[in-house]
Write a protein that binds this ligand. Structure first.
Ligand code: NVA
Length: 307
């Protein structure tokens, strides 16, 4: 498998994603076999935004591979402000063997990858969250034997998480339904991207604003109605009024027949998902998803950096 960065979900082939899913499961089953995979390697992790799961799963995951993780918060200012993104990339490449970056603007990820001489991993930006999507397809493949038979629906705000999920689903040939309120869908460019990939893979992709058009589903997925960085642009009352009909709850699980509910977290309980469903272990795999972040990311790191 050859790719030199992990930046967005439309940049890997189906086989590359399947290989990453398989490697994630292998590492999860036998972590001791990978205890030296990153020996002597250091990973610089840039975080422009808050993080719990991503920060901890990368840091501890890298330690489990025998490598060293360095956290870079906001102390050096926003990427591109105190120094150019290109200089950030070139300086970090002097010391680190890879760069993990959570940024506001996807162009910062593109700039880092363009100018770094080491692999760059996107740990969330405004457009994508590919580490999340990879972990989620690891989780889905643990719940369902045949990915080609699974129907996934994402309900709520079209955002980085839904973009990554729909692109990865299209690549893998997984049927994907995106349900958003009117005016809260993905950009035309993102829809074009997913439709092009789906036309090659044969995946079914549907975008609707109509909750009654969901039909039967296997997996229901949701995420926050207001993503990090967009808080100031949104009037909370307006958000609640727009999105409340799209809340994921037990009634929706019954209506669709779905057996699994997913959420990337942090969850805004009683908004995009009810507390009762989030906590219901009959359906909810949210902590399996959280754990799989680490194994999926370790698969990416081993692929990009392993001996
Ligand atoms: N869409 C959310 C995901 C958080 C992991 C955000 O960007 O804030």
């Amino acid at each position: 498998m050859t790719f030199s960065h992990f930046l967005a979900d439309d940049l890997q082939s189906k086989q590359q994603i399947l290989d990453l899913i398989s490697l994630a499961k292998t590492i999860k089953n036998s972590p001791a076999d990978f205890a030296s995979a990153l020996a002597g390697k250091s990973v610089a992790m840039i975080f422009e935004k808050p993080s719990l799961r991503t920060h901890v799963s990368f840091d501890i995951g890298i330690a489990k591979l025998g490598g060293h993780a360095l956290y870079l918060g906001q102390q050096n200012g926003k990427l591109g402000e105190r120094e150019r993104v290109s200089d950030y990339a070139k300086n970090l490449s002097c010391y680190a063997d890879a760069i993990v970056a959570r940024v506001f603007d996807h162009q910062s990820i593109v700039g880092l990858a363009e100018h770094a001489s080491v692999p760059v991993i996107n740990a969330l930006c405004d457009l994508y969250h590919p580490c999340q999507a990879l972990a989620d397809f690891v989780t889905i493949s643990e719940k369902f034997d045949d990915l080609s038979e699974v129907k996934v629906a994402y309900i709520g705000d079209a955002n980085n998480v839904s973009n990554s999920l729909m692109l990865m689903a299209a690549t893998l040939g997984v049927a994907f339904t995106l349900v958003t309120p009117t005016g809260c869908g993905p950009s035309a460019a993102m829809i074009d991207k997913v439709k092009t990939i789906a036309s090659h893979s044969g995946a079914i992709f549907t975008h609707t604003t109509d909750m009654d058009a969901l039909g039967s589903q296997d997996v229901i997925y949701t995420d926050t109605w207001v993503s990090m960085g967009n808080e100031d642009d949104q009037d909370k009352d307006n958000v609640l009024a727009t999105f409340m009909p799209y809340q994921v709850n037990h009634q929706l699980m019954a209506n669709t027949g779905a057996s699994v509910v997913m959420h990337c977290q942090p969850a805004h309980l009683e908004e995009e998902i009810t507390t009762a469903l989030f906590d219901d272990e009959k359906y909810s795999v949210v902590f399996q998803q959280a754990e799989n972040r680490m194994w999926a990311q370790n698969a990416v790191l081993v692929t990009l950096l392993g001996a």
